[in-house]
Design a protein around this ligand. Structure first.
Ligand code: XMP
Length: 516
């Protein structure tokens, strides 16, 4: 892989994505890793990301000069560029001056990195210190008013660096610069494609699973469907998909899974009605993390029951169900604190919420992929487009969209409101434009309204339409007023108990997409 060394800013994610957009596989590793740990991954190239620090700050992450002796091509970006300059004997000055936002750089020598790009170009900068002198053996490629050395390279040693952020779209030729590094600097080929991912994962699944039985929790969403399709391709009938109807589903969801997915793939599917189990377990709980953990735990218990019944029903000696497939994605891993050093923001039920006494070994074929990559893999596998383009829906379902205790009655209310919002958004042709639009029931809040001739004292629901590339960051979607108006009128007219519709206009960060 290409390793993206994370110096603690949010840029590492973006760099990893851009490298993959160049069809080269990348992984994020923490800067606390030693050079030996990094080299043990046999990296094809290493990119040092930006970070929040000054190389002069106390405890600033440091780059071991040994990294540059290993013969692996390295590119430093922003903080990574400065840390690289310093480690190799260049001069980094504390200028006390910041360059921030769109910044013009002047190319003095195109070299490998800037070849074919204009002499003057706009780049996106965000730094305080500046490189004043390049290390010995390096050629200076560009300068800006605040950075005497804004880009450099040592072609022979295959070491490169830029002060700006090529991964940010505001850098006019950013992707080109990254690709020059990957293809021309590091000699890599753009061969990481969906069909290679499928081939690699199929081989990996076969070697992990052998001839054991596998179950997959199917939710009807993109991730679990693509994971199931991959595992089915790898081990065929050893796989049984289990759809747990936890009662926290949206309207029509069970029927949709049966119709769209099973018809297309022909997988073995078992549907379990577990509504009572989940309602009972959730009764009395209002804390979001507790609710998530309960749902995660009950899922696993339901799978264990399903596994036992599958073995009984088979009545042969094919053995126990040893493996559980999960559609865990790369951002889930990173956000659940799996990317070392990252904060645990919330327990995604398929990562952080697993019970300690889990009886299955996990198969997670999507663990290294971003959502758009999962979609490409799904299409490659022939998963129907209605599923591949389905908007995300969280595993804990409506359970984390009822703010307060989850009850059967509240679920009915939220389900009805959600169905109306979805129907109207689809009718308006907005499904592809929005990433998803959770509808949230503020079950412990009441407000006064007037309907017909009478006073009402009902609950508000919140519409949370968001646009996003990968759910790591999101903005609220500016939905047309007439669509909002129709949704509001219909929900307040058609859903008893709801007398107010509100709109969430917060981006992520600082909010998350879901309310819990
Ligand atoms: P947040 O709320 O963290 O959501 O901004 C990011 C994306 O993840 C979905 N989500 C989940 N998906 N299990 C899932 O499978 C979960 O526990 C979970 N929590 C949030 C959310 O819908 C959004 O798309």
């Amino acid at each position: 892989p290409v390793l993206v060394v994370d110096f603690g800013a949010q840029y590492a994610q973006l760099i990893a994505r851009r490298v993959r957009e160049a069809k080269v596989y990348s992984e994020i590793v923490p800067h606390t890793w030693s050079v030996e740990q990094m080299l043990a991954k046999d990296p094809a190239a290493i990119i040092l990301s930006g970070g929040p620090s000054s190389v002069y700050a106390q405890g600033a992450p440091f780059v071991d000069p040994a990294l540059f002796e290993a013969g692996v091509p390295v590119m430093g970006i922003c903080y990574g560029f400065q840390a690289m300059a310093q480690a190799l004997g260049g001069e980094v000055a504390q200028t006390g001056r910041r360059e921030y936002g769109g910044t013009e750089v002047e190319v003095c020598e195109a070299g490998v990195l800037l070849s074919g790009t204009p002499d003057h170009q706009t780049t996106w900068m965000s730094h305080g210190d500046a490189v004043h002198r390049a290390p010995e053996g390096f050629e200076v490629l560009a300068t800006s008013s605040g950075s005497p050395v804004a880009a450099f390279e040592d072609k022979g040693r295959r070491l490169f660096g830029v002060q700006w952020h090529p991964e940010v779209k505001h850098s006019a030729h950013g992707q080109t610069v990254l690709e020059h590094f990957l293809y021309d600097g590091a000699g890599l080929s753009p061969d990481w494609t969906a069909s290679n991912v499928v081939a690699d994962q199929v081989a990996a699944i076969r070697s992990q699973v052998g001839d054991a039985r596998v179950i997959c929790g199917l939710s009807g969403g993109v991730d679990s469907s693509v994971a199931a399709a991959l595992v089915q391709k790898a081990v065929g009938d050893q796989l049984t998909c289990v759809f747990v109807d936890h009662g926290l589903l949206r309207e029509g969801e069970v029927e949709q899974v049966e119709r769209d997915f099973v018809d297309a793939t022909g997988v073995n599917l078992v549907i379990r009605d577990e509504k009572e189990r989940f309602l009972t377990a959730l009764a009395g709980h209002t804390d979001p993390e507790t609710k998530r953990k309960i749902i995660g735990r009950e899922f696993i218990r339901a799978f264990e029951d399903a596994a036992r019944e599958i073995v009984e029903a088979a009545g042969d000696d094919g053995g126990e169900v040893k493996f559980l497939v999960q559609g865990t994605l790369y951002p889930d891993v990173v956000e659940s604190g799996g990317g070392e050093g990252a904060a645990n923001i919330k327990s995604h039920h398929n990562v952080g919420g697993l019970p300690d006494d889990l009886q299955f070994e996990l198969v997670e074929p999507l663990r290294t992929l971003f959502k758009d990559e999962v979609r490409a893999v799904g299409l490659e596998l022939g998963v129907p487009e209605v599923i591949v383009w389905r908007q995300p829906f969280p595993g804990p379902g409506l359970g984390i969209r009822i703010i307060g205790e989850v009850t059967a009655e509240r679920l009915d209310t939220l389900r009805a409101a959600d169905a109306i919002a979805r129907e109207e958004l689809t009718k308006a042709g907005l499904d592809r434009e929005i990433w998803q639009c959770p509808v949230v029931l503020l079950a412990d809040v009441r407000s006064v309204g007037v309907q017909g001739d009478g006073r009402t004292y009902g609950h508000p629901v919140v519409l949370r339409p968001v646009s996003s590339e990968d759910a790591m960051t999101a903005d609220w979607t500016r939905l047309p007023y007439d669509v909002l108006s129709t949704i509001s009128t219909r929900i307040t007219n058609e859903v008893a108990d709801v007398n107010r519709v509100t709109l969430d206009v917060t981006s992520k960060p600082p909010a998350t997409i879901e309310w819990e």
